[in-house]
Design a protein around this ligand. Structure first.
Ligand code: R5P
Length: 281
């Protein structure tokens, strides 16, 4: 059975459709003191729990869902993290700080038999789970919503880390050049982007990143491309977090369209990662 967290309902429904598995009728409640309670009636001895951990509460809710199915006799739980919250805190950056990704992985891994994580910021974050855990690459899905007639396309990563997913999108699209910019992060919301030497004038550009969070990285990249005379610029990401005023930043920078997947439920989530998860189950 597919058991959905509250932040992953559309994806869980699509996964149930793609796999032919039943979708559990989960209820989400909150007590007057703020505590959460889920009710997830299941049948059988295995369950796939699909929950993007977008907040501290979503983490609690996931642990409750797993415990609820265990309580009903489920012996094998596969936990799918379409978006793994806290994954970018993959190191202790200053003395006194935790490795938050390791802390949440310990709790989730302790309750699960297997974990699948869609495009974690660094694939090796899966090593923090004490049970078999795999990163899934859903970047190829981002090619589907792109127009078929991009002008002499370039698939561009805002930094070297994202170049491999830009290549995956290009491969799925079928044609185009790939390149990457150099990014220097100045603060949690500010970045500096240094362009590459690739000629972009009048070309169709797809800027590909794993996450658009505050939109700083993507909007700076788009602004640099606009200054250099690029044609239509599409922003494509696996995880459309789109926090705070990210949409305004992207619009002001001149983005043609923002394309994201359903690891997070947003207006921009125009393509599903369900087939990628289904293949891995
Ligand atoms: C960082 O290296 C990631 O790949 C993204 O570029 C980053 O998380 C995006 O964050 P923001 O939208 O806040 O610039």
């Amino acid at each position: 059975m597919i058991v959905s967290g509250s932040a992953s309902q559309s994806l869980a429904a699509e996964l149930a459709r793609v796999t032919g598995q039943a979708l559990t009728p989960v209820e989400f409640e909150r007590f007057p003191d703020g505590e959460l309670l889920v009710t997830a009636p299941v049948e059988g001895d295995s369950a796939v729990v699909v929950a993007s951990t977008v907040s501290g509460e979503a983490h609690i809710e996931l642990l409750q869902l797993i415990d609820a199915v265990r309580e009903q006799g489920v012996s094998t739980v596969t936990t799918v993290l379409p978006y793994m919250g806290y994954a970018r805190q993959d190191a202790s950056f200053e003395t006194g700080q935790p490795i938050s990704a390791r802390a949440v992985a310990a709790a989730i891994g302790n309750a699960s038999d297997r974990v699948l994580v869609v495009n974690p910021h660094k694939p090796w974050v899966c090593d923090y789970f004490d049970v078999p855990a795999e990163p899934l690459d859903a970047a190829g899905r981002l090619a589907e919503p792109l127009p078929a007639n991009l002008e002499d396309p370039v698939f561009l990563a805002p930094d070297a880390n994202a170049e491999s997913i830009a290549k995956t999108v290009r491969d799925a699209y079928g044609t185009g050049e790939t390149d990457y910019f150099e990014k220097t992060r100045k603060s949690p919301t500010e970045v500096e982007i240094a362009p590459s030497g690739t000629e972009v004038t009048d070309r169709g550009i797809v800027v590909v990143d794993d996450i658009i969070a505050t939109g700083g990285t993507m909007s700076e990249s788009i602004a640099v491309l606009a200054q250099r005379g690029a044609g239509a610029v599409y922003a494509a990401c696996i995880h459309p977090v789109l926090a705070r005023n990210a949409r305004l930043k992207l619009a002001r920078a001149g983005v043609e369209r923002v394309i994201g997947t359903d690891t997070l439920d947003r207006a921009e989530s125009v393509v599903s990662v369900a087939p990628v998860i289904a293949d891995a189950l």
